[in-house]
Design a protein around this ligand. Sequence first.
Ligand code: AMP
Length: 422
Amino acid sequence: MSFNTLGLSEAILKAISKKGYNEPSPIQLKAIPPILQGKDVLASAQTGTGKTAGFTLPLLHILSESENSKFRPIRALILTPTRELAAQVYANVKEYSEFLNIRSAVIFGGVNQKPQAAAIRQGIDVLVATPGRLLDLESQGLLSLKRVEIFVLDEADRMLDMGFLRDMERIMSKMPAKRQNLMFSATFSKDIRKLANGILHHPVQVEATPENSTVDAINQKVYRVASGKKTDLIIKLISEGNWKQVLVFTRTKHGANKLCKKMVSANISAAAIHGNKSQGARTKALAGFKNGSIRVMVATDIAARGLDIPLLPHVVNFELPNISEDYVHRIGRTGRAGASGEAISLVSADETTYLRDIEKLVGMKIPVDILEGFEPDPNASTEPKKRGGGPNRNSNRAFSNKGKNSNRKAKQNPNRAPKSRR
Ligand code: AMP
């Protein structure tokens, strides 16, 4: 997927290409389209995922679409918890806006306020700020937030950890109520969700790299079943459970098409999305799935990853992925704030090794059930079937030249909690 398909202006694409980026990172793929549509976004992403460009690029695009007024009031505010981050984000804003008529400035504490106030006085469109200095200058009448159209809260979790809740509330009270809000956070504690509820309106939720452990809210279950009975079993589960919206993962494009056809013959509305489908077909399928006219979306890993699919009550692994991390990506599609989600895996004998690997990765035994009439085949081999042509590990990972490293880093991070906080 290239940056050209995201709807960003030529001037922004030029700056991206100057930076040497070849393709958008997953968080950019997921966050940029809804931001461009003017939606509020709640993004789970940490540093290193390309999150800064994820919000800066569309923000700059939106601002440059409309005429700047003569007095250039602050139209976008990016709030960060630390000076370092503020400086870093500002550097990005400068680079990405090089070919645009957009002015920006950064303010933070610990240094003389005069040059900062002077920069703002000249008129700027984008302000990057830490909370303390922002409130300081605002209370001195040196800046106004009354014309802010887009508010970005970066590293919201750190902001709370550093005790900026009150400051954030004060800052928000200075902005117009009608504005677009983008909130980025590496973790999702109860407090973060509370904060998000207070700031965001019907946010689109996007996520960069789910951690290699599963979310508490997800109810995981395995049905042991003979491979030839999987289709009947999934149809039974969907019909009898009266599931309205379910995302089903298959390993191959062919498998996705086949299953989709079977669903449709069983009178269950379904659509498949995978790499062989045109963008138009995928968009249509996704729209149908979101508006409820399609109950079942059958997807391959790669196809699903670039798509902005809302969090769902049910995710089914029709086949287990042979790469354990993909299991975590898949089931991360379920389990929404407050409500529990269900992730079901249909596992045949030849997938036993994959199941073991997944259980090792998520650090738990997944409860197993067998339904009458859908028993596993006692004579089937537990040897994994040869799975040629599987997904290319790095084709859709962070950045083509960085994916491997960022993935490795994620696994080795000693600060990572064993249980995920998404
Ligand atoms: P961030 O997560 O925003 O701190 O970005 C991490 C690093 O990735 C920064 O050095 C960015 O310049 C770089 N970066 C952001 N987007 C891309 C991309 N699409 N391709 C390659 N590098 C990127």
